[in-house]
Design a binder for this molecule. Sequence first.
Ligand code: ADP
Ligand code: MG
Length: 487
Amino acid sequence: MSEFEPVIGLEIHLQLNSRAKLFCRAENRFTDQPNVNVDFYTFGLPGVLPVLNREPVEKAVTLALALACQINEISTFDRKHYFYPDLPKGYQITQFYRPFAVLGVFSFPLNGRIKQVPIKSIQLEEDAGKSIHDKYLNKSLVDLNRAGIPLVEVVTDPCFKSSEEAAEFVKFFRNLAKYLNISEANLEQGSLRCDVNVSIRPRDSLVLGTRVEIKNLNSFKFLTQAINYEIARQIKEVREGRDVLRETRGFNPETGTTYSLRRKEELSDYRYMPDPDLPPLRLSSAFVDGLREKLPILPTQTFLNLTQNWAVSPDDAIIVSYDRRYTTLLNHLISRGVAPKVAVNFLVNDIQGLIKERGLESSDLPFPVEKLTNLLLHYQNNKISSRSVKNLLERLLRDPTLDIEHTISSENLLIASSEEKVHSIVDEVLKSFPDVVKEILSEEDKTKTHVKKKIGFLTGQVLAKSSNIDPKIARKSVEMKLGIKSE
Ligand code: ADP
Ligand code: MG
């Protein structure tokens, strides 16, 4: 193990999916056509003043509440100056002196535990436009569609110990943003953007090392590569007797390396000042409480409930907890009496493929959700086998009008409750596999794996003879006939 340990902190920019931009009425909508979502404000024409819209503030506060932040009743908007063609006003409006939310925490499952990431602050700000340099030789273009779109900047503590931890955080954070329906949260399209801060320190040290900031990593792969490269580079610098310089670096995806953009001494002077055009933002407790009441049950809460109270495996719980399409279905099924574990198994094994393959919302499943509920309740009450559930589901996909109750009775799918019928099938099977029976009987220790496998094989044979035998009853009967006590 290296004598150094890395420390990583993240700054995440998230575009909010409000209908209008932050301070004007221009549309906030993704399009390939340049300069169509613009107005006088977006162009920064003199005398046009910003007017704060309510919707982006609601979305920003919703996120802050989901991250258990302290919401500041009064926050301010400040000007951050820089001169780029894609920022016609010459400054970006952000929250520098007093952001609207501070001191939160985001918890997510990581390697079998819950990782808690302290959030330092969330600020509300506007996005800049885009300069396009690679379309024409010797000519640059400006697209102002993005200028003025609401952003939140979420700043974490330096609390990650590896690129994997940082990447997992971003994944779960993205899922949360989508879950709350506040953002498309797409790294590749730029609605979620990530700057990472990386430093190293001797393993036993308590003070932080000098950090380097890497800008704009637009995929999980690049994020991971950039961090790993930077850790290795800094360790090499220190081993060879040089200092790590406080600087901002970019990432080159072609080479997988980072390169210096600017040094600390060249760091821009933004000349921050309170924006005289905007009053302080006042978030009344009534406004905040109203949003708090609308907050859904958060994904990590669902995850913990499923894993701790319902013995659902962490992998399955992650699949169904962090995606609104599954939690909507899950809640529906559970509220109608389906056991959480049964519902989760079914969603993961049978419905997941369908939702993924067709990009479905749970509300547009190709058949009424009540039929799903019925199927699962019958299964849970030991009325039909899991095989019948699958079979009926497949048929429902082809024919959404399929009458479940009628099919179950007309095709005789009710699990044979009469034990006699099961026993007689078991007798038949035992007769047709005398060698297997002999091998089981000759083994002293009936708990050995090979014995269990053979019992499983015989049970399978029994089930194959009829579609409506409860597997548990079949197994019990096989064991009983072989004189084995069930566990
Ligand atoms: P500043 O006030 O200089 O902007 P912040 O404390 O706001 O710095 O931190 C900015 C980002 O850098 C945060 O994501 C934080 O986690 C991260 N960070 C700060 N110090 C370090 C460090 N020594 N190593 C790694 N990341 C750091
Ligand atoms: Mg900062």
